[in-house]
Write a protein that binds this ligand. Structure first.
Ligand SMILES: Nc1nc2c(c(=O)[nH]1)N[C@H]1C(S)=C(S)[C@@H](COP(=O)(O)OP(=O)(O)OC[C@H]3O[C@@H](n4cnc5c(=O)[nH]c(N)nc54)[C@H](O)[C@@H]3O)O[C@H]1N2
Ligand SMILES: Nc1nc2c(c(=O)[nH]1)N[C@H]1C(S)=C(S)[C@@H](COP(=O)(O)OP(=O)(O)OC[C@H]3O[C@@H](n4cnc5c(=O)[nH]c(N)nc54)[C@H](O)[C@@H]3O)O[C@H]1N2
Ligand SMILES: [Mo]
Length: 775
């Protein structure tokens, strides 16, 4: 479409951005979607992808091996847990897309880089870059010709080692992780960083669920959810907040359909009515598929304004408390007295917050809020689940704590069918944190790492994602290592982040496919290609497996089964060991010995990490093992030793007059920065990504018609402005004052300074904008 033009008032201005999606020639279409989620639409879409990736034979074979007890590999698609029965064909359209994306027969070899300069590739769309296929050998940037040229692994490691050894301070380097790195590689990676002397370990959860982790830690003394799949199967009420499950956690659809069939209540809380909030055809149920039998996946949909969740939750708590005056069973007083602190203060706070204010802030009527509270009170067992719609806000921590508050009022913790249940993002993002990726590590963890691994880890906190970008911009961080992911595009304030990366002395990207982060690089740059999760990992002592942890704290093995995309690929643990040895030539850590057999890494991890005792044996149990969750047993590692009810003030989330609040999100056909097509099937959009969903009245007020061109201008907290011009407006069922569009394109609108003071997460779901008809 070529409509996208970027302007910014910063010195780092990049006049035009290439498209993210393929920008195919078809005309944009919008037709509201009225079909069930998953089912045949998904099957059709899968076939299209398999054909495009020429994977019709290998694809289905791989899918049969995916998520099957310990005989297959873990789906790299999302962090939803595997079905407890293990053998169900519980797979989804987007998982299949994701797997075949990795298995493509297309290759990016040295000839490719010889034919295209970096400046030329920088003009390509993100879709086109990844579409070239799998990276095959290590490459180094040659500034003389502006091309990437081949380099041996040995020389690549030595280049890294030389630069890192030359740094005057280990904190001049920062080591990013994207959440698919397996546990064993994760452990080695943090060990390398800490042995080098830094806690600069930014990761994608700094943009994702940092708020959830901090809130749960403060409230319950554990950074994770406590509910597991069995709880999902027995809950009487499920509250699904701020997640587009049909696209981003599609296997949840099965859980929702099963819940509906057994008579459970399912309440969706989302400014948009997403496909998961309607009905589905259970994809692995062949009878349903054959008969087009749909099952509802919702009993109540509430559409708060963006950021209105906390007011809704507080309103529900207020209604519960009001009901308890006549119906003592509305509260679990015994649970509150025995296991919690802060109840009296919280009750006073709820009582003192007026319904008028709760209605204004949530964008919902009192009647609707009370309706949700009734569902909650009528249910013996409730689970509240959430994702980015809740976490990526200024007050994300407070909102997650409010979720916990509400659960605690009725003792929905530490028993079957109940509890908080965040939906995590990347397939191993939770495992990364468990295994040591944390820029603010706990002293007890460092003590054990020091004792077991014989290193002297730094104690000062390191840099997270935003901190790293700012430090690179100031020239204080000069080496950036990306262990997977696509940092340049995933991070906020795109031009600022680009400028920051370009100031580095060295950028290293460990990747499977070509992406923007290879083209936005430091003075020196390396592309290090690695094995994907579907591939056989052969080391000196045989075929290796890695472990991952899902959203519900289950740890299990993942074994690749495909021949590697190239014989030059190394596994992630091997890449890390090579980097570490070069940077730490005198290290007494047995890097090479670890890589020969990952059991050895696991043996060390078992000594360092809580809950990993007997790791090698337990991870080989048919479904792996569940990391112990103290809060689940009503043991709270909090200062009071109890679950702590919070009493945070209600934030003001109402947009200024004339302004709108814009949230960024994924389309159905993308995986974070990987764009499969310009379609968003469940939202009824075809051939268009440069769009903004708006309320029809807000459009009318601005004289904007369907597909009318608009300019979007964001105003940051510091008053600076950023804009996207020539986007097309789509009238959508979204509350007034709210608008939505796609990441990563809209990252140009998010100022680097606009991150939550509670979680340090960039405000990816809350951008203050004005939208005007384009002149
Ligand atoms: N196929 C696929 N699967 C994925 C991913 C992918 O890109 N593609 N990404 C993975 C990753 S890393 C993650 S973190 C997850 C992300 O999973 P999601 O959290 O579903 O990601 P988003 O697309 O950002 O969608 C956010 C949802 O929150 C809603 N929302 C926005 N603002 C608010 C609000 O203020 N309140 C409420 N209640 N809702 C709001 C939006 O309407 C949208 O439905 O998915 C993971 N799974
Ligand atoms: N505006 C806005 N921005 C956002 C978000 C948002 O909602 N709105 N969401 C944020 C969230 S939740 C997240 S998690 C981040 C995502 O940020 P990242 O995790 O950094 O980005 P991805 O797009 O998942 O990374 C894709 C790249 O990973 C590499 N890759 C794939 N598989 C492997 C593998 O097995 N090993 C290795 N080494 N590399 C591999 C490929 O080269 C591919 O190009 O984006 C964040 N950015
Ligand atoms: Mo994420």
């Amino acid at each position: 479409m070529g409509l996208r033009a970027v302007s910014t008032d910063r010195d780092t201005q990049e006049p035009r951005e290439p498209e993210a999606g393929p920008a195919a020639s078809g005309a944009p279409e919008f037709r509201p979607y009225h079909h069930p989620a998953a089912g045949w639409g998904a099957a059709k879409s899968v076939t299209k992808v398999l054909m495009r990736e020429q994977a019709l034979v290998d694809g289905p074979r791989a899918i049969m091996r995916m998520n099957h007890e310990n005989s297959g590999f873990d789906c790299p698609g999302c962090a939803w847990p595997d079905d407890l029965k293990g053998l169900k064909l519980d797979i989804c359209e987007n998982g299949i897309k994701h797997v075949t994306w990795e298995m493509t027969p297309k290759r990016v070899g040295r000839e490719f880089f010889a034919a295209h300069s970096v400046s030329e590739l920088a003009e390509w769309s993100d879709f086109a870059l990844e579409d070239q296929g799998r990276l095959t050998e290590p490459m180094v940037y040659d500034p003389g010709t502006d091309h990437y040229v081949p380099i041996t692994w040995k020389d690549a490691f030595e280049l890294f080692g030389r630069v890192v050894r030359g740094l005057d301070d280990p904190n001049r380097a920062s080591y990013y992780t994207s959440g698919r790195l397996g546990n064993e590689a994760t452990f080695l990676y943090q060990l390398m960083a800490r042995e080098l002397g830094t806690n600069n370990l930014p990761d994608c959860s700094n943009m994702c669920h940092e708020a959830s982790g901090r809130a749960l830690q403060a409230a319950l003394g554990t950074g994770k959810g406590t509910a597991d799949l069995r709880d999902w199967e027995t809950a009487d009420a499920l509250f699904i907040m701020g997640v587009n499950a049909a696209s981003n956690a599609p296997r949840m659809l099965t859980a929702l359909a099963e819940a509906y069939r057994r008579g459970a209540q399912i309440v969706h809380v989302n400014p948009l009515v997403e496909a998961a909030a309607t009905r589905t055809i259970v994809p692995h149920d062949f009878v349903d598929m054959a008969l087009f039998k749909t099952t509802r996946t919702s009993t109540l949909n509430l559409q708060p304004r963006i950021g209105g969740d906390m007011a809704l939750l507080r309103g529900m708590a207020k209604a519960v408390l009001e009901q308890s005056r006549t119906d003592p069973r509305a509260l679990d007083r015994e649970f509150i007295d025995r296991h919690t602190t802060g109840f009296a203060e919280y009750r006073a706070l709820c009582e003192n917050t007026s319904w008028a204010e709760l209605e204004r802030q949530s964008g919902l009527s009192r009647a609707d809020i009370v309706k949700a509270a009734r569902v909650y009170c009528d249910a013996d067992r409730s689970i509240i689940s959430w994702c980015l719609g809740v976490s990526q806000h200024e007050h994300g921590v407070d909102t997650v704590r409010e979720i916990v508050n509400l659960l605690l009022l009725r003792g929905n913790l530490g028993r079957e069918g109940a509890g908080p249940s965040p939906v995590r993002g990347h397939s191993n993002v939770q495992g990364n944190r468990t295994c040591g990726i944390d820029h603010r590590p706990a002293p007890e963890f460092l003590d054990r790492l020091a004792a077991v691994c014989g290193i002297d880890p730094p104690r000062a906190h390191g840099l997270d994602t935003v901190g790293t970008i700012k430090a690179m911009h100031r020239g204080e961080v000069r080496v950036f290592v990306g262990m997977g992911g696509n940092f340049a595009l995933a991070a906020p304030d795109t031009p600022y982040t680009y400028a920051a990366l370009r100031k580095c002395e060295l950028t290293v990207q460990v990747s499977t496919k070509l992406n923007r982060s290879h083209l936005v690089h430091g003075r020196q740059a390396l592309i290090l290609p690695c094995l994907g999760r579907t591939e056989k990992d052969q080391q000196r002592r045989g075929l290796q497996s890695t472990s991952v942890e899902d959203s519900m704290s289950m740890v299990h093995l993942s074994v690749g089964m495909k021949r590697p995309a190239s014989r030059h690929l190394l596994s992630e643990p091997a890449v890390i060991a090579g980097l570490a040895r070069a940077a730490l030539p005198a290290s007494s850590t047995p890097w090479e010995w670890y890589v020969e057999d990952y059991d050895r890494i696991r043996d060390t991890m078992a000594q360092v990490l809580d809950g990993f005792e007997d790791f090698n044996r337990r991870v080989r149990l048919p479904l792996g093992f569940r990391i112990k969750q103290p809060a689940r047993e009503l043991v709270f590692h909090t200062p009071s030793g109890k679950a702590e009810i919070s009493a945070a003030p209600l934030p003001d989330v109402v947009p200024a007059p004339g302004g709108l609040v814009l949230g960024t999100m994924r389309s159905h056909d993308q995986w974070n920065t990987t764009i499969y097509s310009d379609d968003d099937r469940y939202r009824g959009v075809k051939n268009l990504r440069t769009l903004v969903f708006m309320n029809a009245d807000d459009m009318r007020e601005r004289g904007v018609e369907e597909f009318g061109r608009v300019d979007i201008t964001a105003t940051a907290r510091d008053g600076s402005t950023r804009s996207l011009d020539g986007y097309l407006a789509i009238p959508y069922e979204i509350p007034r004052g709210c608008a939505a569009g796609y990441m990563p394109e809209m990252n140009v609108l998010i100022a680097i300074g606009d991150y939550s003071t509670q979680s340090d997460q960039p405000l990816m779901k809350h951008i203050d904008v004005t939208i005007t008809a384009a002149p």
